[in-house]
Write a protein that binds this ligand. Structure first.
Ligand SMILES: [Zn+2]
Length: 475
């Protein structure tokens, strides 16, 4: 069996959250009654002229800068001609050989280009329930037609389905942080296509690629790419060729079905849009966009690693969910003593209790979590005790020190109190004591367990071990 390496490129469409459409004054809407946000321009009626949305251009520039692209001082709009019921003009206004942005990088994946275009209308296939005079029908909602889009095309730098998912999450966080889209995948404001090919490990020549269309969740994308790699591997192993085609991944059945053979660019008969002048980006526009750029997730993760000494994966977990990063920084402002432990409590303990919710909306105030980590460091609570305190904080909020006192969750101190409990444990388990004396340190487990039961988890395991060794005279 040959070992294959997947080569994956991603194409992402992002709906921009401007107030109005790309080339007319119709307001954007989601969930409004069908065909209530239309006008002669976005319905493609004869004699109308498009007017470019200035805000969409600003958003495109902002994204280009965030992705470290080169912004073209002068780019062009083209007509991409194809006939389909969701496209009333018979063409989509897009960008072709002179896009707004070229090159660039996000994380470890290079960007090929970013361009502006308009969205198509939404086709709804009625299926069985919608049969009219016995035949199946589809209906069109033109509200979406003409919504501003950016298309982001990566270089084929992705090497695994997991990497694709992680990178798309980073992209989504980045776009959200820029404030240019709500990037809601369920509502279709972020849609992803994946180009997938495989090649024998060590070969630089690319295999034949297929395109997986319109996947609308990160999990489906990962599963779809995994399924396509398996399908291509089976074909090549059987000596069959991979055919260049567009595929649909059905997340329910896990199956891949061909949609149509892939169009070539010349099928679209691109030509420059005669009704729009070239798009000129001035130095002032660039300067304004640069001034607006927030700290982006990749830079934030780097800062956490560099300045706070967080491990890379911890830093990324915090930075790629910006609400976690903000919460962490708020807590850090109250207790900057040990950023690593604090980070662990945010991404480990807190997230495991509140899931995807924004911690700022939880009952656990950042200063409370910082306070809890402080109590832990001071030895006033054990790990187990601190977890119980956090349970209370998540349920009811409040002050960790007060909870420790009220619920008697404080660590059982060293010295006499803990020593007395250890003595009882040793007395209760003579067999283990004997084994310990013979040098079998594993026998200490039941003794520590006894102490933990007695103290309801409020003893420090290390301290218990120390006292046991002391009592038995072990080195
Ligand atoms: Zn319109």
């Amino acid at each position: 069996m040959t070992d294959y390496e997947p080569v994956i490129g991603l194409e992402i469409h992002v709906q921009l959250s401007t107030r109005t459409k790309m080339f007319c004054g119709c307001e954007l809407s989601f969930g409004d009654p069908p065909n209530t946000h239309t006008c002669p321009v976005c319905l493609g009626l004869p004699g109308t002229l498009p007017v470019l949305n200035a805000r969409a251009i600003d958003f495109g520039i902002l994204l280009g800068l965030a992705l470290e692209c080169e912004i073209a001082p002068r780019s062009l709009f083209h007509r991409k001609n194809y006939f389909y019921p969701d496209l009333p003009k018979g063409y989509q206004i897009s960008q072709y050989d002179v896009p707004l942005c070229r090159g660039g990088r996000l994380g470890e994946v290079r960007i090929h280009r970013v361009h502006l275009e308009e969205d198509a209308a939404k086709l709804v296939h009625l299926g069985e329930s919608g049969r009219i005079h016995g035949s199946a029908h589809s209906i069109v909602d033109f509200n979406r037609g003409g919504t501003p889009l950016v298309e982001i095309v990566s270089e084929p730098d992705v090497r695994s389905p997991e990497q694709a998912r992680e990178w798309l999450q980073l992209l989504r966080t980045t776009v959200r942080q820029l404030g240019i889209s709500d990037v809601n995948m369920e509502e279709g404001s972020l849609r992803c296509d994946a180009n997938v090919s495989i090649r024998p490990v060590g070969r630089s020549e690319l295999g034949v690629k297929t395109e997986l269309k319109n996947m609308n969740s990160f999990r489906f994308i990962e599963r779809g790419i995994t399924a396509e790699i398996a399908r291509q591997t089976a074909l090549l192993d059987a000596g069959e060729p991979v055919v260049q085609e567009t595929l649909h991944f059905d997340p329910q059945s896990g199956s891949l079905t061909p949609l149509r053979s892939k169009e070539e660019a010349h099928d679209y008969r691109y030509f420059p849009e005669p009704d729009l002048v070239p798009l000129v980006v001035t130095e002032e526009m660039l300067a304004e966009a640069r001034a607006q750029l927030p700290e982006l997730p990749a830079a934030r993760a780097e800062r956490y690693a560099r300045e706070l000494g967080l491990a890379d994966d911890r830093a990324r977990l915090l930075a790629f969910r910006s609400e976690l990063g903000s919460y962490f920084e708020a807590a850090l402002a109250h207790d900057g003593e040990d950023p690593q432990t604090l980070a662990n409590w945010v991404v480990g303990e807190l997230v495991s209790r509140i899931g995807d919710a924004d911690p700022a909306q939880s009952r656990v105030a950042p200063e409370a979590l910082a306070g809890l980590v402080g109590l832990l460091r001071a030895g006033r609570v054990t790990q187990g005790g601190a977890r119980q305190v956090l349970d209370r904080l998540v349920a009811d909020g409040g002050d960790p020190a007060a909870i420790v006192d009220a619920e008697d969750l404080g660590a059982v101190g060293g010295g006499d109190e803990l020593g007395a409990i250890v003595d009882r444990a040793l007395e209760a388990q003579p067999e283990e004591v004997e084994q310990l004396r013979q040098g079998n340190m594993r026998a200490i487990g039941p003794i520590v367990g006894f102490v933990m039961r007695e103290t309801k988890g409020r003893a420090d395991g290390k301290e218990v071990t120390r006292i046991v060794r002391e009592r038995l005279g072990l080195s």
